[in-house]
Design a protein around this ligand. Sequence first.
Ligand code: SF4
Length: 615
Amino acid sequence: MDYIQGKFLKIDLSKNEIAEEMMDENLFKYYFSGSGIAAYMLYKEKTYSLSSFSPEMPLLIIPGFLTGTPIPSACKTSICSKSPLTNTWCESTVGGYFGAELKRAGYDGIYIIGQAVKPVYIFINNGEVKIKSAEKIWGKDIYIASKLLKEETDDKSIIMCIGIAGENLVKISGIAVVKEYNEMRAAARGGLGAAMGAKKIKAIVARGTGDIKFSNKTELIKSVKSYIPSIKENTSAFSKFGTAGSVPGAEISGDLPIKNWRGMSWEEGANKISGQTMAEKAFVKHHTCFACPIRCAKTVKILSGPYQGEETEQPEYETIAGLGSMLLNDDLATLIEAADLCNRLGLDTMSTGAVIAFSMEAYENGLITEKDTGGIKLNWGNREAILNLIPKIAGKEGIGVILSEGTKNAASHIGGVSREFAIHIKGLEVAFHDPRLWATMPLNYATANRGGCHLESLGYLAETGRFNPSLLGFNSDRTWEENIEMSIKLQDFMAALNALGICKFVLLGGIGPEQITHWLNLTANWKLNIGELLFVGARIYNLKRVYNNKIGFSRMDDILPPRLLTSGRTKGSFAKKNPQLDRMLERYYQLRGWDEFGRVKNDKLKELNLDNLII
Ligand code: SF4
């Protein structure tokens, strides 16, 4: 293969075995790489019938097909397995520098099975791979562990690491990627930190100095360069404030969830914790992911608590919603401190914010008392409550034992009416874009393969025109039917983008499927058209759906929590447009080629050339 190395690393921790495998070139043509190839491998091996913590369950770490090339924002790595939180297909995708470094070290992916006897880390150094003891760093926070690992290996290593939450098998734990101390990106969703912890892997350390293979280098660089100025211009606000800059606008439109999704407006609070306010009060510097001209990442100063004065990641939009508006926490210092704590401990800030919001509502309803919390009053916006609960969740202490299982499981445990306000889809706490405002988001959330995920279609960006829907062939003035068609096309496009390793925010820079296809063709010497790119995306999307079908997920799981279906917001330009989800689902299944129960039909699999995977 002259456009990709094609080599995967296969590790069996139970047997302490390390091997290399050259992948069949056709797999890259069929699934690109990243979450696409992962879907194929996990499905083919029938891992849907395994438990997520079983030693036989593979953990796959696969950079996107284009990751490491000069294509803008081609930096992503997908971590895939069966979710410990939701029991569904799970992909959690992370930016930063790990994927490019892994490729430079000689590998296009890592496949890990088994379970180590004692904590380990895996050191991948320019084609040489060692499984080393992590006993000295087990129990350390992500930043400290990364620092120690850099000292022990190479200062230029890129570290993929779990925190104490992952070690403790907390189901809302994530995996961090660290380049520099206090700078991290996270594969946060779905509890894959616990999947890594179950294998007793504290970290994977990559160091590579080789070249990354791709074709037509000169032409590709020339083409990419010509788009950088317009990408920068179109994303200048994003560059300036990060995703955090969207908070005030989201509050005005009614997209921002408030007080566990039942608040109507919170203008003053939103402004106090926005990216604009952080730029004034805490900003230190901009940083970025591999090959990304947008530079949405920021470093800020910690304004309170034990790490006051140190630097940390600026909380992003989703984190601000989770640890801010969802909890009515309008104190910037508390927000930054809480986000930093989650990062250090390896918790998903979104699920953590959501489960704390849930616990505050349970407290308000007398379903949790101070006896349960060790005397902490779980009042809305209470700084002490937020900062106390986070380490309790990561350490599975006291009330944290229940909350560490995620909102759905916590509600089952607490009982009473708590399930009414446990806001999750298929067990994943819903991402913080209010589906009541959008024509496509209810469908997107209900059918997203990993549960309540906004990234599987980004419909809200297309509906506002921030990603131009005409690039996928849709007008701004769409019929009901066209909205469903657009949802499907967006899902397929996002599945393809994810497998390619491109950050979806590049779409805000005016880049669309035409440009992506052109760059892909240059890189791999292929001759795909946009339809064929979307066809691969459809293949991947459907394969993840069949995986879930095999576990037993069907139409009855494609639902939204009652609060998001029936309680129309009174604020915002889209207010009171409650989704007609049932009707939409029926048509969506027809257009998808699924049966009335939401199962992918064999004919559909044949149409996608997946005959060999019909089981
Ligand atoms: S837009 Fe932000 S998240 Fe995406 S690649 Fe660039 S810096 Fe990373």
